[in-house]
Write a protein that binds this ligand. Structure first.
Ligand SMILES: C[S@@+](CC[C@H](N)C(=O)[O-])C[C@H]1O[C@@H](n2cnc3c(N)ncnc32)[C@H](O)[C@@H]1O
Length: 254
């Protein structure tokens, strides 16, 4: 005969063990549900990003008639949602002079935008000779070599605000006296997180009265800090953060 019915202590003990097992399983399941929810959120965010980029590509290609395939807009190059802002600004501001730091697909799209306006010149500055050469070749393939040019400027130690920093060794003679639109997408932050800080100390005196500055990768801590320091030093700028894939900031002179 089983002793269970006659041994309440044993029954209670068994029940307690069962409850313990159940609560362990419950905790495991709760953890799995949390994991699934986080995964779901990730997929949702990725789908949103993909949609935003496709949406931007439609705008870009409906505004410019490309004459040759464009380089990809994934990874190092600018994302489509940044290019959409760039084209919008070019069409809105109709700049005579656009200076860009970091050449690539942005140089081509910028060139197409200026061509659409029927005026304006783009000068792109790149520290990397092979990369500058690729962009130059692309400008020819797209028939944009009369609208945009790439200037090589190696990175060198220079002093800004009393601090030695690495920055483009730009020959000032090649720069326009007045810059209407400054696009900052270089040098690479892998060298130093706030490597792009000298952009404003270097170019501020050349910016025209209504100049606009467009900064890519503005979601990074280095860039956030840079924008804070720029707007503190030059209160004439208002900064608008745009929630693009990599974050963008549009600085407008008041
Ligand atoms: C962020 S990228 C500039 C991208 C550019 N604005 C574009 O739209 O493609 C900054 C610099 O990184 C360098 N660069 C670009 N692609 C690279 C790659 N795949 N690997 C290493 N360096 C790269 C170039 O010298 C470029 O000036």
């Amino acid at each position: 005969m089983s002793d269970t019915p006659n041994n309440p202590d044993k029954t209670i003990q068994d029940l307690c063990t069962l409850v313990e097992h159940l609560s362990v399983h419950q905790r495991l399941m709760a953890g799995k549900i949390e994991e699934l929810a986080a995964h779901h959120q990730q997929i949702y965010a990725q789908q949103n990003t993909i949609y935003t980029q496709i949406d931007a590509l439609f705008s870009i290609f409906s505004l410019i008639g490309i004459r040759h395939p464009l380089p990809t807009m994934r990874g190092w190059p600018v994302s489509p949602d940044f290019v959409k802002i760039l084209i919008s600004l070019i069409l809105e501001l109709k700049p005579e002079t656009l200076v860009e730091l970091g050449s690539g697909v942005s140089t081509l799209v910028g060139g197409y935008g200026l061509e659409k306006n029927g005026k304006g010149r783009l000068l792109s500055i790149d520290h990397d000779m092979p990369f500058a050469e690729i962009t130059r070749r692309n400008l020819v393939l797209h028939g944009l070599e009369t609208v945009a040019a790439v200037h090589e400027a190696p990175l060198q130690n220079q002093v800004f605000e009393g601090e030695e920093r690495i920055w483009y060794a730009i020959n000032p003679g090649i720069l326009p006296d007045s810059i209407d639109l400054l696009v900052i997408d270089g040098p690479p932050a892998s060298i130093r997180s706030d490597i792009r800080y000298p952009s404003l100390p270097f170019f501020f005196d050349r910016l025209s009265d209504c100049a606009v500055v467009l900064l890519d990768d503005a979601a990074r801590e280095g860039e956030k800090d840079m924008v804070r320091r720029w707007t503190e030093r030059w209160p004439c700028f208002t900064a608008e953060f745009v929630d693009t894939e990599k974050g963008a900031v549009i600085l407008r002179k008041n």
